[in-house]
Design a binder for this molecule. Structure first.
Ligand SMILES: [Zn+2]
Ligand SMILES: [Zn+2]
Length: 149
């Protein structure tokens, strides 16, 4: 899955590389950082999903799981209802405005495929490779560090 397409921001016109992720094929859930718009992908196959997360895959992350995610490197929080953002001006990217470039780039469009038109369907978007995976909080990280050495 290293195919990138080019999209553009409807606020500043800046271009960026993106990938669509089908969270049904991947058995994953997703969230976006409410500050920088990076995405977090949470695989349903990850071995150390906290049981309290009750992770539901195939769409935006459920509230119990959202509460257990590590914050983004930028200091923001990953949220199910946040939007991806333009890497240039940080405006939220409109899921409807994204239709023009997503459908133009998608090979399936000719066969009748249509963009879902929202950020809370089965597809999520990775922009400029700004994504993190399986970023569960580890409350006893410091203990583990002590034990290991
Ligand atoms: Zn922009
Ligand atoms: Zn962030």
């Amino acid at each position: 899955m290293s195919h990138f397409d080019t999209g553009s921001c409807d606020s500043c016109g800046g271009k960026f590389q993106y990938q669509l992720v089908h969270n049904g094929f991947n058995d994953s859930a997703f969230a976006y950082c409410d500050s920088c718009g990076s995405s977090a992908l949470l695989s349903g196959w990850y071995e150390r999903i906290p049981t309290k997360a009750k992770l539901k895959v195939h769409g935006p992350v459920n509230p119990e799981a959202e509460a257990l995610l590590e914050p983004c490197a930028c200091g923001g929080r990953f949220r199910a209802d946040a939007s991806p953002k333009c890497p240039h001006c940080r405006a939220s990217i409109s899921a409807e405005a994204a239709r023009s470039f997503i459908e133009a780039n998608a090979l399936g469009t000719k066969g009748g495929w249509r963009w879902q038109g929202s950020w809370n369907g089965i597809y999520s978007i990775l922009i400029e490779g700004r994504n993190t995976k399986d970023n569960w909080q580890r409350p006893n990280t410091s203990l583990e560090r002590t034990r290991e050495g």
